[in-house]
Design a protein around this ligand. Structure first.
Ligand SMILES: [Zn+2]
Length: 394
């Protein structure tokens, strides 16, 4: 809501606007004025059953963190209604523990993915654009670094470049998220991430690699995932973000490969941490493109179904689903005939809180209202790695 109180400056601005208005037809926030309402056909699919079980322990061995970039509560509701109608239940709707996450960054109501992912990976709020550095540019200790030191292995999956802000905050310390070549360098040369799958081939072109790292580019590696190599694995499946195509891996395929790799390798470790991001739900939001948002969400949703089944079988894994922020200011306005009326109100991120969902041992602490930095703290408390004897799984 804009303030109605006008001071001299705003009256002056208004006069300038009126003049400019004659020239360019509009001088206010154009995406707000130009966006049209859109009709989305209400779906009628039946909900699929997912078995939800009780866990006696509250101490997980492993943690899987799924982040839907730009996936606000309304993106989830849009998907629910578009797929199966208002009574349909998505996999995410069946997660038994839910909470609300405040997303503001250091000194700003608005957050970008870099500061938000830094809150998740380090437990500290920072300035938009910074990756795992505090607001004074001092390096912060990253969850994956601490876990590795304590005998865990780590994996990352993203449908963007693996050097993009969200995955990068889980291994890089950089003062500008756009320094993607430097971020790629840190992934290869300075990080201990055991498997990292995504796009971003173009950022790795001139980086010297080592024997300890195996880089591959073929989707077949993911689809016939029987890689027994002891090297750290980096999979780069597109120049930048992964285009959705038959010959490109989905989030679900990459996450399955990372999970297989981590669960095999972690047998001699204290456990594993896997972060899997549906990166392009955000890109659909920036473009105000509802079918893009829905296609990306569907991949996220079927990845989640697999992860919930893994939690049921493994019984030692805590699964957390959240978003870094909402993108597009998406509004669900009502019904017209057999369609839902929606409208995007910005092509940027909004300042709305997001939801968090949890399942598995330790999931019940993810309820109520929390700051984004508390997600990190709750993971640390659940794993309790500081009180576990270090394993020697490296
Ligand atoms: Zn964004």
């Amino acid at each position: 809501m804009k303030s109605l109180k006008l001071n001299h400056f705003s009256i002056f601005t208004l006069s300038i606007c009126s003049v400019l208005l004659l020239i360019i037809a509009s001088c206010s926030n154009s995406d707000q004025d130009n966006n049209e309402e859109e009709l989305i056909k209400i779906g009628n699919k039946q909900s699929e059953e997912i078995n939800i079980i009780n866990f006696e322990s509250n101490k997980p061995r492993n943690v899987i963190l799924m982040i839907g970039d730009g996936m606000g509560p309304n993106q989830i509701s849009l998907a629910r209604i578009a797929i199966g109608g208002p009574d349909y239940r998505l996999a995410v709707d069946m997660m038994p523990h839910t909470g609300i996450v405040l997303t503001h960054s250091f000194g700003n109501i608005y957050t970008d993915s870099a500061s938000s992912a830094t809150a998740y990976s380090t437990g500290t709020k920072t300035i938009n654009g910074y990756l795992s550095l505090d607001s004074n540019k001092e390096p912060l200790s990253i969850l994956t670094e601490e876990l590795y030191e304590n005998g865990y292995i780590n994996g990352l999956v993203a449908t963007s470049a693996i050097t993009h802000a969200t995955p990068a905050a889980f291994y890089a310390h950089v003062d500008d998220r756009d320094k993607e070549i430097e971020i790629a360098q840190q992934l290869i040369q300075a990080s201990s991430i055991s498997i990292a799958l995504g796009g971003g081939k173009e950022y790795f072109e001139n980086i010297e690699t080592t024997e300890a790292v195996e880089i591959f580019y073929s989707t077949d590696e993911v689809r016939n995932s029987n890689n027994q190599s002891n090297a750290r694995i980096i999979g780069l499946f597109d120049e930048d973000g992964i285009m959705r195509a038959e010959n490109k891996p989905t989030q679900k395929e990459m996450t399955t490969m990372a999970l297989t790799h981590l669960s095999n390798k972690a047998a001699s470790c204290n456990g594993f941490f896997l972060m899997s991001e549906g990166s392009q739900i955000d890109w659909g939001g920036h473009l105000n493109n509802s079918s893009y948002v829905l296609a990306e969400f569907m991949d996220f949703e079927s990845t989640l179904t697999d992860m919930m089944q893994f939690v049921n079988e493994d019984k030692n894994t805590l699964l957390i689903v959240t978003a870094d922020h909402e993108t597009g200011g998406l509004q669900l306005l009502g019904q017209q005939d057999d369609s839902l009326i929606i409208k995007f109100t910005t092509n940027q991120h909004s300042a709305l809180p997001v939801n968090v969902y949890a399942y598995g041992p330790g999931a019940d602490s993810f309820s109520g209202l929390m700051d984004n930095t508390e997600i990190f703290q709750k993971i640390v408390e659940a794993l309790d790695y500081k009180n576990i004897q270090k394993s020697n799984c490296k």
